[in-house]
Design a protein around this ligand. Structure first.
Ligand code: C2E
Ligand code: MG
Ligand code: MG
Length: 670
């Protein structure tokens, strides 16, 4: 838009300049024409008079006899005078210039009269000269001669005057035109100067604006570049820049035939920290983590944040695999130690740990992306083994990953083809060895691998989200089973079902449970839901509300594997759980270990204070059973008491218990 205006202006400027030049040219030309036209005319007017006067003088001299001039000179002067008069009427050319005929009728008439007078003068001069030659007395003719000459001079003077007046008039008109045009020219010049000045100012402004805009764009680009390649929370390179650098490092190592190590660092249970402390503090921890990671590395090593709580490190240019493994191992150890130190967040001490996986080019992967993936698998292994530890990628991990991929694929079919079944493990009242219920445990009848326990597929099921469907299948099965057993006159007491975090966090979970119970006419108090500590802490607010809702309607909630997760005594009081299932690691060899006994006693004390029942898991020996019984723990579950079994076996067990007249099935009451 602006450019177009400037284009228009410069076009107008060119037009104005052209017109100005035209005007100047016109004025100069007109002056030249006037000069070339009028100068000969003035000369001619003078010449008429001068030549006639010379003729008069010569004539008088001849007549007076003072000089013996030739009479022909007189006639030639008169001819000359007439030639000039004619030139003014018809135009002509001689050595003095070109004569342009006069336009003015008045003047032309005057010149005609001059010519007539001149002719009269010649006629009388001829008469006088004949008289003179004939020696006749000439006083009469002399007077007439003088009168006619005086008349001629008068007319010639008038011609001169008229010519001068006409030239003066023309000159004055020309002056007016010249003044007018010059004024226009000057005004146009001033306007042009103003326009040019304004244009220049605008140009300056535009240039300034363009400069400012390009600076802004540059700053925006820098910012965008930063956002594209750096993580704003930690200030570290992001995934995109990391991938780029890893590609480069691997390419370089390929050319130099050396090694690159990638460390995949994942903060353990960071989500919980985030949930509990809030995102602002979580971000603060991530920043401090980045700072600590940098301190563990050399300046030319790359450390990046590639996900929420995932950091990666590239150790490049390592001579050989052994040196790469040593360097990666010692960096991982250093990082583990640094991250294990408490974080001070506004006076609050937060303990963290990180699981680290290591993969080395070219042994563990020959491409950058595979190297990163394998370091992630190694990290996963480290997390499974022992949080806060590090693990090198290995063929075993590779096999496991391959198996899991296969499992993932098979799981989809398993759901479609109904390959799951439920086993039941009895739970006992320890004081009288009576069955109080069962825990439902899922099993997979794999077409090739046979009966699989959850350990073989649970992780994949959780990662792929298929766990929800499995849990719902189990919930449906136990409700149907409960109904069947009741119809057969053998109610199974309370059946506990394990819920994954995924199913538990569904907003419609209460409705799902209610509809299953209603469909199979199962009472609320006949169902128990088991949830692990870590699942429970995933969405604390939702979990708290759900616990309250379910327990209020008589559905029991058990915290599974207690002691293996956070085991935070303080948060338990915020959840209205019904049962604490003490993990089997606290039951194992309890009769022999004083420290385990102490833990068990404090857990029992805690449960008592919170009005919760306790189930000891994994009771395997009579000694363990005896000791647990002696502590006052009411309920137990374990291989010693009864292994997980099929529904038919569970039915048979219920039947034999009934026949033996043991007071079966007095469901746990809280
Ligand atoms: P869990 O809920 O703690 O279940 C108890 C596990 O301990 C069962 O393993 C059971 O077979 C085993 N167990 C019971 N008594 C003993 C004992 O005396 N010694 C030993 N060594 N083990 C004992 P299982 O069936 O392999 O299940 C493992 C875990 O898988 C369960 O632990 C539970 O967390 C999960 N799980 C099982 N079924 C389901 C399910 O339907 N849904 C979900 N989400 N998880 C399930
Ligand atoms: Mg359980
Ligand atoms: Mg358990």
């Amino acid at each position: 838009m602006r450019t177009r205006r400037i284009g228009h202006l410069s076009a107008s400027f060119i037009i104005v300049i052209s017109i100005s030049l035209g005007i100047v040219g016109y004025l100069v030309m007109t002056v030249e024409q006037m000069v070339s036209r009028h100068t000969p005319q003035i000369d001619a007017a003078m010449e008429i008079k001068v030549n006639a006067t010379l003729a008069h003088l010569r004539f008088e001299e001849i007549i007076s006899g003072d000089r013996y001039e030739q009479i022909d000179d007189v006639w030639s002067y008169l001819d000359e005078s007439d030639w000039y008069a004619r030139a003014l009427l018809e135009g002509g050319k001689n050595d003095e210039g070109t004569f342009v005929p006069l336009n003015s009728i008045n003047m032309r008439r005057q010149i005609e009269s001059v010519r007539v007078s001149l002719s009269k003068f010649r006629t009388i001069a001829e008469q006088r000269f004949s008289n003179y030659e004939a020696s006749l007395p000439g006083s009469g003719i002399d007077q007439e001669f003088d009168r006619i000459f005086a008349g001629f001079i008068d007319q010639a003077d008038q011609v001169e005057t008229l010519l001068q007046e006409s030239i003066a008039l023309e000159l004055s008109k020309f002056k007016q035109t010249a003044v007018f045009l010059t004024t226009i020219l000057a005004a146009t010049g001033v306007v042009l100067a103003i326009i040019l000045y304004r244009l220049e100012m605008q140009r300056e402004q535009h240039l300034h604006k363009i400069e400012q805009t390009s600076k802004k764009i540059e700053a925006q680009n820098t910012k965008l570049d930063y956002l594209a390649y750096f993580d704003t929370v930690s200030g570290l390179p992001n995934r995109s820049l990391f991938t780029d650098r890893l590609d480069q490092a691997v390419g370089h190592a390929r050319r130099k035939s050396n090694c690159v190590a990638v460390l995949f660092i994942d903060l353990d249970r960071f989500k919980n920290v985030n949930d509990r402390l809030g995102h602002a503090r979580g971000d603060e921890i991530l920043k401090l983590t980045a700072k600590r990671l940098k301190q563990c590395l050399r300046s030319d090593d790359t450390v990046a944040r590639i996900g929420g709580d995932e950091f990666t490190v590239i150790l490049a240019d390592l001579d050989d695999h052994k040196k790469a493994a040593t360097a990666a191992g010692s960096v991982a150890e250093h990082i583990s130690l640094e991250l294990a130190k408490p974080f001070d967040i506004g006076g609050l001490k937060v303990d963290l740990s990180a699981s680290i996986g290591i993969a080395i080019y070219p042994i563990d992967a020959s491409e950058a992306d595979a190297l990163l993936i394998n370091s992630d698998h190694a990290m996963y292994e480290a997390k499974q083994n022992n949080r806060g530890s590090f693990c090198f990628f290995s063929r075993e991990i590779e096999n496991r990953v391959t198996q899991e991929l296969q499992i993932g694929h098979d799981l989809h079919n398993a759901i479609k083809e109904n390959q799951f079944t439920v086993h039941y493990q009895p739970q006992y009242e320890l004081q009288n060895d009576s069955i109080v219920g069962f825990e439902a445990l899922v099993r997979w009848e794999h077409p090739k691998q046979g009966l699989l326990a959850p350990v073989s597929f649970m992780r994949v099921a959780e990662d792929t989200g298929l766990i929800e469907e499995i849990d719902l299948y189990v919930l449906n099965s136990i409700c149907r089973q409960q109904q069947e057993w009741k119809q057969q006159g053998l109610p199974a007491g309370k059946i506990a079902v394990n819920f994954s975090a995924a199913l538990f966090s569904r907003k419609d979970i209460t409705n799902i449970i209610a509809s299953h119970l209603a469909e199979y006419c199962v009472s609320n108090h006949e169902l128990e839901i088991e949830i692990t500590e870590s699942a429970m802490l995933k969405e604390m607010n939702h979990t708290q509300q759900l616990f309250e809702k379910l327990t209020n309607i008589g559905i029991s909630i058990a915290i599974d594997d207690f002691g293996t997760g956070y085991s935070s005594m303080s948060y338990l009081q915020n959840f209205s759980a019904t049962v604490l299932k003490i993990d089997r690691s606290f039951v194992h060899d309890i009769d022999k270990s004083r420290s385990t006994q102490a833990i068990m006693l404090s857990m029992l004390e805690l449960a008592r204070n919170l009005n919760m029942e306790v189930v000891a898991e994994g009771v395997e020996t009579p000694q363990e059973k005896a000791f647990i019984k002696s502590t006052g723990c009411r309920f137990g579950q374990g291989y010693l008491l009864g292994k997980p079994m099929t529904a038919q076996q569970a039915y048979a067990l219920l039947l034999s218990e009934q026949e033996n007249n043991v007071s079966v099935l007095s469901p746990r009451k809280v």
